[in-house]
Structure formats: C-alpha cells, structure tokens
Design a protein around this ligand. Sequence first.
Ligand SMILES: [Zn+2]
Length: 47
Amino acid sequence: MQEAPCECPECKRRAEAEKEHEEMNFAILLALVPALVITFFGNAGLF
Ligand SMILES: [Zn+2]
C-alpha cells in the first residue's frame, strides 16, 4: 500500500535524502547496539 509519490525532481530528491537519512540512522543504531550490550554486560560483571 503506497501513496502515489509526486514525481517532480524536488520531491524525488527529498525522498532520496530521507531514505539515506533513515539508512544512516539505522547504521548508527546498529553500530551502537553492540557497544551498549558490551557496556551493559560489562557493568553486570559478565565479561
Ligand atoms: Zn513534487
């Protein structure tokens, strides 16, 4: 289910930028999770 996107270059560019932004956020999240897990277990004294 997808709304028909506006096809003008401006909207296309914005949609592209938003997608890259989301991918960047996701990559940062993926990079942070292991660090958080290691910190958590480190604090819990399991490592
Ligand atoms: Zn447009």
